[in-house]
Design a protein around this ligand. Structure first.
Ligand code: ZN
Length: 285
C-alpha cells in the first residue's frame, strides 16, 4: 500500500493520505496558516538548494511530500519520517510564499482573514499576516503582523502558537506589501493619545534615565503604550518599555518604514518627555 495511515504526532488522531500528502497536511487541524506549495515548485530541485543539510532523511521526506515514497517503506519509520516531511514542507513553504505565485496564494488567505485580526481597537479588525522572527527552524514560533499598527502578536490558539516561525520567514508580510502597495492599510485615522494622568502614580518621579537603562528587551513586543496607568507604573515608563518590532526584508530594514519609525520614535520621545514633565509637576504639588 502506497499511502497508509499514520499516527498524527500533534493530535494523536489517525489521518490518512488519501489524496496526497500535501492535501492531507493542509487539511490537518492547526495547519490553517499554510498555503499549498505547487508541485512544480517542489519538483524543481533548484528551489530546494541547501535544504538537504537541514532535513534528516531528506530524500525520503521529499518522496513522502511528493507522494513518491516506495510502497515497501517500513511502517515503523513513517512516524519519524512524517516529522521530517513537515519540517521540509515548512522550509519549502517559507521560500515559496515570497515568490510571485506564493504571494498570490497567501494574499487570498489574507483577504479571508485566515490569520486572524488585530486585537487593537484602533486597527478596526485589520487582518494579520504570519511572520517569523528568525529564518532558522526550531528557534521562534510564528507571530502575526498587523500592517496598520505595525506591531506583532502571538496567535490566540496554542495549535497555531506552536508553529515554527521559520516556515513563514522574516520577510514575507513586508514583501507582500512591497509587491501590493495598494494593500498597505491606512496609517491615518484616530491616533492613540496618552490619557491624562490620574492622581495615583506611585512610580512617578523616578530617574527617567535609570528607567531607560532598565528597559527590558523582550522577544515578543506587547503593545503597552497606554497600559500601567493607575497600577503604580508611570505612563512614561510604560511607553519606554514598549519595544518596537522592525520589519525586515531578507535581513534589511524596510527603508520607508524605517524612516516612518524614526519619525514615530522622535514623536514618542517628545511625548515621554512631556509626561515626565507632568509627573514631576504632580510630585511637587
Ligand atoms: Zn494593529
Amino acid at each position: 500500500m502506497l499511502r497508509g495511515t499514520v499516527e498524527d504526532a500533534s493530535t494523536g488522531s489517525d489521518s490518512d493520505y488519501s489524496n496526497s500528502w500535501i492535501a492531507w497536511f493542509l487539511s490537518s487541524k492547526g495547519n490553517e496558516y499554510f498555503c499549498e506549495v505547487e508541485e512544480d515548485y517542489i519538483l524543481d530541485r533548484f528551489n530546494l538548494t541547501g535544504l538537504n543539510t537541514e532535513v534528516q532523511n531528506y530524500s525520503h521526506a521529499l518522496d513522502l511530500i511528493t507522494d513518491n515514497l516506495e510502497d515497501d517503506f517500513q511502517d515503523e519509520m513513517r512516524g519519524s519520517l512524517d516529522i521530517q516531511a513537515r519540517l521540509l514542507y515548512g522550509l519549502i513553504h517559507a521560500r515559496w510564499i515570497v515568490t510571485a505565485r506564493g504571494l498570490q496564494k497567501m494574499l487570498e488567505k489574507y483577504k479571508k482573514a485566515d490569520f486572524g485580526r488585530c486585537p487593537r481597537v484602533m486597527c478596526q479588525s485589520q487582518p494579520l499576516l504570519p511572520v517569523g522572527l528568525t529564518d532558522t527552524a526550531y528557534e521562534k514560533s510564528v507571530k502575526l503582523y498587523c500592517g496598520r499598527c505595525e506591531d506583532i502578536y502571538s496567535p490566540k490558539s496554542s495549535r497555531h502558537g506552536s508553529i515554527d516561525g521559520a516556515y513563514f520567514g522574516t520577510s514575507f508580510p513586508h514583501l507582500l506589501f512591497l509587491v501590493y502597495p495598494n494593500l498597505i492599510p491606512p496609517k491615518s485615522g484616530p491616533v492613540e493619545i496618552a490619557r491624562p494622568l490620574g492622581g495615583a502614580n506611585g512610580g512617578a518621579g523616578e530617574d527617567a534615565t535609570a528607567k531607560r537603562r532598565l528597559r527590558a528587551r523582550e522577544d515578543v513586543m506587547e503593545p503597552s503604550t497606554s497600559e500601567g496607568v493607575g497600577e503604580g507604573v508611570s505612563t512614561a515608563a510604560a511607553a519606554l518599555r514598549a519595544d518596537r518590532y522592525r520589519p525586515r526584508i531578507f535581513g534589511f530594514q524596510v527603508n520607508e518604514i524605517a524612516k516612518l519609525q524614526r519619525w514615530q520614535e522622535a514623536l514618542r520621545d517628545r511625548q515621554v518627555a512631556r509626561l515626565e514633565g507632568q509627573e514631576r509637576q504632580q510630585e511637587n504639588t
